[in-house]
Structure formats: C-alpha cells, structure tokens
Design a protein around this ligand. Sequence first.
Ligand code: C2E
Ligand code: CA
Ligand code: CA
Length: 270
Amino acid sequence: SSQFYEKSMSSSSKEELMIENDIHKALKNNELSLHYQPQLDIKTRKIIGAEILVRWKHPTKGYIGPAKFIPIAEESGIIIKLEEWIFDRALQEIKVLSEQMHGFMLDHIAINLSTIHFLQPHFVEKFMLLVKKYQIKPEWINLELTESGVMRNVEDAVQKIKELKAFGFSFSIDDFGTGYSSLSYLKELPVDIIKIDQSFIINMHKDQGDATIVETVVAIGQKFKLKVLAEGVENSDVLKHLTYMKCDYYQGHYAHKPMPFDDFVALIKT
Ligand code: C2E
Ligand code: CA
Ligand code: CA
C-alpha cells in the first residue's frame, strides 16, 4: 500500500521494495536461470554432483546476485513463489540430465532450500507432487539447509528432514560454522553432509586460525559419521590442505565456476 512510499523511507528499503516488485516480473518474464557448480571427491578428483545456484538477468540492471535478492525475497515472503519456480525448473533439468547420461551417474544434485519455504505446513506434500511430476528418484536430490535457518525451528525441521529422508532424499547443512548454533543440535539433525562455509576455506592456506577451524569441523564430521564438503576452494594450496585433513568433497573456482545447464551436461559427458 501507499504508506510504504513515505518520504522517510530509507533508500535501502526503497531498493528492497523495487527488487521485490522486480522478482514478480522476473518470474513472469523468464529472467531467471539455474547454474550448476560441480562438487568433487577430494581423493579421486572426480565430479560427484553439483549445486544449483539461481541466476537473475535483470532487464535494465544486468545480473543481480542471489546473495542480494534471496534475503529480500525471504523477508517479503516471495521466496516461496521464487523457489516454486526454482524447484520446478531444477527437477525438470535433473530429469533431462538423467536421460542424457543414460541413468543418473552422479551422487546427487544439490538444491538450496530456504527454511522459510521448508517450514511451510505443506512443504513435503508439495515437493513430493513435483518429484512425481518429473519422475525424479529422491536419491538424486540433496537439499541444502542453512545452519541458522534450521535453528529457527529445530523440531519442525528435524521432523521434515526425517520424513523426506525416508523417501530417499539426502540433506546438507550449509554455511556450517557461521551461526551461533551449538554443537548439541548436530546429534539431533539427521543430515548427511556438512558444508564448511567458504569464509573459513578461502584463506585457510594463509590463516592458521581458519585452518584449525576447518580441521576441527572435519574431525566433528568424522565423529558424527557425516561427509564434509568444503566450499570456496580457490587454489591448489587449499586443496592440498583439505586432502591432508581427509575432507571428503569440495567445490570452488579452482575446479569449476557455476555454469549453465548445457555446459554442465557437456562437462559430465566428456
Ligand atoms: P551458498 O549456498 O553458500 O553458495 C555458495 C556461493 O559461493 C555461490 O554464490 C557460489 O557461486 C560461490 N562460490 C562458489 N565457489 C566459489 C569460490 O571458489 N570462491 C568464491 N569467492 N565464491 C565461490 P552465489 O551463486 O552468488 O550464491 C550466493 C548465495 O545465495 C548462496 O550461498 C545461497 O545462500 C543463495 N542462493 C543461491 N541460489 C539459491 C537458490 O536457488 N535458493 C536459495 N534459497 N538460495 C540460493
Ligand atoms: Ca548452498
Ligand atoms: Ca556458504
């Protein structure tokens, strides 16, 4: 309503409102696409999967990064419409991928899932309808939830994770180590992979503190029998450290930047 257009409105909230309106248009006008960033096994250096990352080409502003518009979409609630689009496109593409590969040869494709969306009452039923629509095997899909998001309602999250895991989906905890969360919730959370946040990875070859945190998280993962994935690997020194620490998986610019679907298909077919 017009009360939102008051003079006193800060320029940043005006921008947020603009972006929110523009997301509605983006969904209508097909301005969004999905990129795929390969995930690799540290021991074998083979591609084991990919993470889907949304891209938005705005008609006048050019590319807008998800780090900017996802938080705005979450605050306004439009994240639900946005992720309905993302999930529909993602499962459609994953189906094509499985056909192109003549069977699904990867461990999984990972999809980011906002807890705002996940904690909606009928998320599981809605998601299962989509999985049936595209005839996707749940084993193909890994869902990434952020540590801070899960903390909003651990009980509900755990219940839904269990339900979806019973179908065959797997889960990752994203941005691990950045929140105020305690370790105690790890034992409640039936997840498969811990993703160490890139803020600890990027400089771990130069920063002893970061290296110690990474080493500790890898040890925690091993104790809890979870796989550990390092994100934001940008050079060979970091990869060497991670190999030595026996981290399981990695992704990052050193291996591959996020790429359009067709490029990813071509890459894994070679
Ligand atoms: P994230 O899930 O932690 O994703 C990792 C981010 O790191 C991605 O940024 C990726 O492009 C970037 N990255 C990958 N490798 C490297 C590297 O070696 N160095 C550096 N410096 N960065 C690297 P992106 O694509 O801009 O996404 C930012 C955030 O937006 C994501 O962080 C995620 O929280 C959110 N996001 C992206 N796509 C989606 C989506 O489809 N749904 C939801 N809910 N959130 C999404
Ligand atoms: Ca992620
Ligand atoms: Ca992260």
